[in-house]
Design a protein around this ligand. Structure first.
Ligand code: ADQ
Length: 484
């Protein structure tokens, strides 16, 4: 079966380069995982190319170049300026994103955003219809396209329709605030398979359906739930996304990375490196973390000069005002803490705000003595898994927010924190730094085994199995890997 993979963004970066447009592949676990699958199956990936102001012919030729080099096709769903602002910046980034991360006070429930969201689903549907074949699996990704399955079904498409939500699904009291709550749930239930990241997401989804759509019939099996509305059944399951463990672990072991680790170690000799890596987003809890760092340095003076906080933030959604404000608040807070605690030869926080090269990222992951993840809410958080995979010497400690999806799989061997509890986070920083190598190693070993076993290929085969597709290879499992 061929797969038509649909996401809001195509896995490419198109940018002007010395007066000419260039195209390159975007990085990330999903792209790496889907690459071989799409190559082998003559599959196709549909999405918005992310470029505004590029002539259609030029775009076509760039995409054709990229398709040739990758061995699978990608096709663009171009968005008009107004669709970009009202659908992507409005409906996606000012309604669904904050609401599904429990931050309803940040939502702007502008009715026009909903109108444009409907228009864009139609646009994506036309692209699927023009590129899809009758037996294709249509696999739609993430919150931007929750309504696409319904449009396709209404148009009479007979293909199997699958959907995966990368972000959390909120509890009923929060979801209820959405003016189009029933429409969204009904639209989701037109997919044949729905994948969620964690058990709490599944529970929330089921409770929302129960409260808002009481006519839905529910049937539980051992691993999944079947919901039926007006004769159509959907299978809902939990499929926590993983990373390409081997690529990270092998990458971290490369001599070029080892050399960078050596340089970092020299620069921070005698200090523990406490690393955080986040996309610029208010859901990642950066300001809460900074407050806890200030408290830790205040309350535990022996931490000063003993630790260096290395904070890496990748720019994101720079046109949305909330993100611009967040960026300056973070910069102010870092400047304030550094101004207060810096001593000759020691700066407490090193703040990096840019996309970093892969080798550099791997070196930071490998060199860091502690990684701290303070998401206020997160679908999964791949950084937690990437850090563990790169800890090839097994000496690191993972401090992990209990509100990151990753906590369900990794929480047993991490230092779990409530990021809103500044006292607790400050204490966790101290505790992580004080942990001895003898305590660190067994926990990190378990974390690494888990990340290795439940990797992105395992995730893929679990999702495809729910769609009735067997890849013919047994998926790695925790039991087989000896984790549980
Ligand atoms: P994100 O919110 O983007 O993903 P996350 O899962 O942490 O969050 O992934 C971030 C990715 O960006 C990581 O792969 C990381 O390596 C990379 N990255 C971060 N900083 C970088 C930098 N400075 N330079 C280069 N790369 C950097 C959404 C959901 C998550 C869910 C994923 C996958 O919000 O909850 O885990 O999808 O389903």
């Amino acid at each position: 079966m061929r797969i038509v993979f649909v996401s809001n963004r195509l896995p490419v970066v198109i940018e002007p380069n010395e007066g000419r447009w260039s195209i390159r592949g975007a990085s990330g676990g999903l792209v790496t995982a889907l690459d071989p699958l799409l190559r082998g199956s003559d599959g196709i990936w549909l999405g918005w190319p992310g470029a505004v102001g590029l002539e259609p012919e030029k775009l076509e030729s760039l995409l054709a170049d990229f398709s040739r080099s990758q061995g699978y096709r990608i096709a663009a769903v171009p968005l008009k300026e107004k669709e970009y602002t009202q659908f992507y910046e409005g409906f996606c980034n000012q309604i669904i994103w904050p609401l599904f991360h429990d931050l309803q006070s940040l939502c702007n429930f502008e009715p026009e955003f909903w109108h444009y969201a409907q228009q864009v689903q139609q646009k994506f549907a036309r692209a699927v219809e023009s590129h899809g074949k009758p037996d294709d699996l249509i696999w739609v990704h993430d919150y931007q396209l929750m309504g696409l399955g319904q449009v396709l079904a209404d148009h009479g498409l007979q293909n199997k329709l699958a959907f995966f939500l990368h972000i959390p699904f909120p509890a009923p009291d929060i979801f209820r605030k959405l003016p189009w709550r029933r429409q969204v749930l009904k639209a989701l239930l037109r997919y044949d398979v729905i994948g969620l990241q964690t058990t709490p997401d599944l529970d929330n989804f089921l409770q929302c359906v129960q409260r808002l759509l009481p006519d839905v019939e529910r049937q539980d099996t051992s691993r999944q739930v079947r919901l039926t509305l007006k004769g159509h059944s959907s299978v809902i399951g939990v499929f926590p996304i993983g990373i390409d463990y081997k690529e990270f672990a092998d990458g971290a072991a490369q001599p070029t990375v080892a050399q960078k680790v050596e340089e970092l170690r020299k620069n921070f000799a005698g200090r523990q490196i406490i690393l955080s890596v986040d996309r610029l987003d208010y859901t990642k809890g950066v300001l809460y973390r900074l407050r806890a760092i200030a408290l830790a340095l205040e309350r535990y003076p022996d931490l000063r000069r003993q630790v260096t906080f290395f904070q890496v933030i990748v720019p994101s959604r720079e046109n949305v005002p909330q993100y611009q404000t967040l960026k300056s608040e973070i910069e102010q807070s870092v400047a304030h803490i550094n101004g207060k605690f810096t001593e000759p030869g020691w700066i407490p926080i090193h703040h990096v705000f840019r996309n970093v090269e892969r080798e550099e990222l791997l070196a930071w992951y490998r060199a860091a003595d502690v990684a701290i993840i303070t998401s206020l809410k997160d679908g999964m958080n791949l950084v937690a898994k990437e850090y563990c995979a790169c800890q090839i010497n097994g000496n690191g400690v993972l401090v992990l927010s209990e509100f990151a999806g990753a906590a369900e799989q990794l929480g047993r061997w991490a230092v779990l924190i409530n990021p809103y509890d500044t006292d607790e986070v400050a204490q966790a920083i101290k505790q992580a730094v004080m942990t001895t190598p003898a305590q660190r190693r067994p926990a990190m070993e378990k974390l690494r085994m888990n990340v290795r076993a439940e990797n992105v290929y395992w995730w893929l085969s679990e999702c495809l199995a729910a769609c009735g597709i067997s890849q013919g290879q047994p998926a790695s499992s925790l039991a087989a890997a000896g984790v549980v």
